[in-house]
Design a protein around this ligand. Structure first.
Ligand code: PLP
Length: 419
């Protein structure tokens, strides 16, 4: 906020630029989200007149369904415009309890439900409530950037488990077992995954649960945000349903952002042990007070309403996924495994490292490749280094078909110029 007017400095005559703000360790030890940084750079270039196509962000390009927007408008007219219960209104908690029973086979009560300003705040609350200096959180890499960032804000240490291309971009039970120590507080499982789209089968999840079960101090975070966005018959499963004996230490995170095209509404939720839900509410009471009241009513309409639009959206995503896979795998030096879900392709670009651009600059890292795509091809993607696996990149295919086709043609042209 260095651009904010500095009234105290001007009244004392000192130039505002002299103001030295010292920042807390918790902000000094983290970096801004790299995915947001790349999207911002693409927006800046577009504002400067460049025809940049952004495939860096993670949100559906479809509008929120009309029955949801209408519920929000009704909520405004009905006067649902005041503070609500700290971690959500009872009607939405009831809809979430029903969702977990109906869709996931998870039996919970309203005392197990925490609702926040997006899944990100719910995750933030959970980690801030439980992780402190010396605590470790096991995160399979590549990972969604906020898993690492929030652990670091909380003062904990992320412990990365490599889940590379050779392992199908999934954490194996052996590697998980080797990563758990007496200091481990959480293991994070995200299926289908951001950034890779890879999903764990029920058997794979059971094998991970078997590794975690004997370690009583370890909680499990199952991030299921992409539950409904799956392809090629992939069957979504979740740990709390497969290991009900571990219910007292599993938190199942979900929300309406991705499946219901509601990223801007900011409603996320979790099913978790009641004492954890209480601690999270305590934190939330001192930060945002409650989730947005109107968006909570909209979320009820989303969870209780028709879901046929999800299949329609998935058909479009599946079509785009096929185009992306065909185009990327046709490029020399690029290999892209087929994602089970989400709307991301995560490509291996080992074959491009060491090649030179027409101006002679050598592609030494995936960041160099991302820079080349932006400079020479006007396409923004996110280099794998941002997610903890290099050399690679993530491309979001949540973009209109013709935009995606243009972007793929441009990427192919840039790749062809590399020697
Ligand atoms: N979890 C994963 C894996 C995500 O990719 C995201 C968003 O990008 C979230 C959680 C949080 O989503 P939201 O805060 O919009 O609910």
């Amino acid at each position: 906020m260095t651009d904010a007017p500095d009234k105290s400095a001007s009244s004392s005559g000192a130039p505002s630029g002299d103001l030295a703000i010292s920042f807390a360790d918790r902000v000094n030890r983290i970096a801004p989200s790299p995915t947001v940084a790349i999207s911002s750079l693409a927006l800046d270039l577009r504002a400067a007149g460049r025809d940049v196509i952004g495939l860096a962000t993670g949100e559906p390009d479809f509008d929120t369904p009309p029955h949801v927007t209408e519920a929000a408008i009704r909520a405004i007219h009905d006067g649902h415009t005041k503070y609500t219960q700290v971690d959500g209104i009872p009607e939405l908690k009831a809809a979430i309890v029903a969702k977990f029973a109906r869709e996931n086979g998870i039996t919970v009560t309203p005392e197990n439900i925490s609702i926040g300003t997006g899944g990100k705040q719910v995750l933030f609350n959970a980690l801030m409530a439980t992780v402190q200096a010396g605590d470790e959180v096991v995160i399979p890499a590549p990972y969604w950037v906020s898993f690492a960032g929030i652990v670091e804000v909380a003062g904990g240490t992320p412990v990365y488990v490599q889940a590379g291309f050779a392992d199908g971009l999934k954490m194996t039970p052996d590697r998980l077992a080797a990563a758990i120590t007496p200091r481990t507080r959480w293991v994070i499982v995200n299926s289908p995954s951001n950034p890779t789209g890879m999903g764990y089968s029920a058997d794979e999840l059971r094998a991970l649960a078997d590794v975690i079960r004997p370690h009583r101090q370890v909680m499990v975070l199952s991030d299921d945000l992409y539950e409904h966005l799956v392809y090629d018959g992939f069957e979504f499963s979740t740990l709390a349903a497969l290991a009900p004996d571990m219910a007292d230490r599993i938190m199942t995170l979900n929300g309406v952002s991705k499946s219901y095209c509601m990223t801007g509404w900011r409603i996320g939720f979790a099913a978790a042990p009641a004492p954890l839900v209480k601690a999270m509410a305590k934190l939330q009471s001192q930060s945002t007070s409650c989730p947005n009241s109107i968006a909570q009513h909209a979320a009820i309409a989303a969870l209780d309403g028709p879901t046929d639009f999800i299949a329609r959206n998935n058909a479009a995503f599946a079509r785009r996924r096929a185009r992306v896979l065909a185009a990327l795998n046709a490029m020399e030096g690029v290999t892209c495994p087929a994602p089970d879900g989400a709307f991301y392709a995560f490509a291996d670009i080992l074959g491009l490292i060491g090649k030179a651009r027409p101006d002679g600059r050598v592609i030494e890292t995936d960041s160099d490749f991302a820079a080349a795509l932006l400079e020479l091809g006007d396409v923004a993607i996110v280099p794998g280094v941002a997610f903890g696996l290099s050399p690679a990149f993530r491309l979001s295919f949540a973009a209109a078909d013709d935009t995606l086709d243009t972007a793929l043609t441009r990427i192919a042209s840039v790749v062809e110029t590399l020697r």
